[in-house]
Write a protein that binds this ligand. Sequence first.
Ligand SMILES: [Zn+2]
Length: 510
Amino acid sequence: MKPQRVRMAHNLLLNYGLYRKMEIYRPHKATQEEMSKFHSDDYVKFLRCIRPDNMSEYNKLMQRYNVGEDCPVFDGLYEFCQLATGGSVAGAVKLNKQATDIAINWAGGLHHAKKSEASGFCYVNDIVLAILELLKYHQRVLYIDIDIHHGDGVEEAFYTTDRVMTLSLHKYGEYFPGTGDLRGHRCGKGKYYAVNFPLRDGIDDSTYESIFVPLLSKIMEMYQPGAIVMQCGADSLSGDRLGCFNLTLKGHARCLDIVKGYNVPLLLVGGGGYTIRNVARCWTFETATALGVEVANELPYNDYFEYYGPDFKLHISPSNMSNQNTTEYLERVKIRLFENLRMLPHAPGVQMTDIPEDALKVDTEIHTENPDKRVSIQASDKRITCDEEFSDSDDEGGPVRREAGKLRKHQENFKNKRLKTDSNTDDTNTDKVSNEKVSETISEKNTEQVSEKVPEIISEKLQEKISEKLQDKTKLNTDEDVKKADELSQNGKNGDITNKNGDLTEKNGS
Ligand SMILES: [Zn+2]
């Protein structure tokens, strides 16, 4: 299982130099216990056990859990689920701890997975698990889904609660997964909290924006979420192998830009997308959008350069397909949805109880008096840093020092914020650094190729500070640094981020 789409996106945004504004983290592997916060124990256990070489022993269970056809068994399936989930949950933790404003896990976004059932190449619903984490700190969470498919797994998971509102814009009508009509299907307290905009083929940028903007505006006014999770499935782009919409990168990312404008803690996840060169383009552009930076249309040379021919440009053009979403149809749907939204109480409250324990344990590594443990911060930085990927910068001492400097800079500039490293996991778990503005993670599952894989996280406002820091050639493990780390950690809190992905092939999907 090669996480090709995410690998390509990651490589492209590295070569655009976006990593200079990002913090990069390797995902922790979500445990069976973490996944069972939503999924049934027996289903997670099944995912852990099933392999291509023992499938014949599991025929009955494969049927029960819908694994085998649209959701094939492959080598590394469970680890794929662990990393995709770990990234999104860790992003949520980081947002909860106010260690970042935007966290990104392009490997996540597997919105079809159900409690005890795989669906559309989604096995574990990282989104639901991340939302559950956000609900520990936020009264209301808004989920936005711009994948071409209905976000059915997320909608269903929060069927009866008003603490999560789901907004999904998707192709509807003889199309996977078959749900997502205008009425929405939630009940009890959850009634009217599933906002579905069923669309026809060929929707273009301007039409999409004309419905997205007023709808989101009304939702934000009525619901006032404390955090937002946005699924940026790229199968809604023009030219997708499975899709039938006509969005360009600009129209797709425009939605993100609008969401970002509300300045609410935001977790971005990936999702579908089956023309992988465009998926990589899209998520690279959206990473830049999250950062608020311009990127050139001319693609930089990268490891997958040949995929982007013949034009080797970032942006794509819409096709000449007809837009079957007439103005009358869209207005009619919009009016209905607005009527539903008016039925809702304004920003429903919830009685908060004690905050449950965070999904990820607060790391104690930095508090330890064992000097070997402190060194491990640097050691971990080495593990996640790839000389080749960062080699375009000839400044100051190479990537390891740069990463170390990044940590130090955080320590210097965010003394009132928490900084923590996460020590509770195995070698695949690297240190976490608090961040101010944007966090993005991309990583890969193959821990034996650590030098090629770089999960990442971004910081927007930090950029200048990081640049300054790059001038600094001192090493992390000087006495002074250790002292600063200690000071900071004593004020500190924690957060982390992770992620991972696999290449989604042409299935009904995400
Ligand atoms: Zn999809």
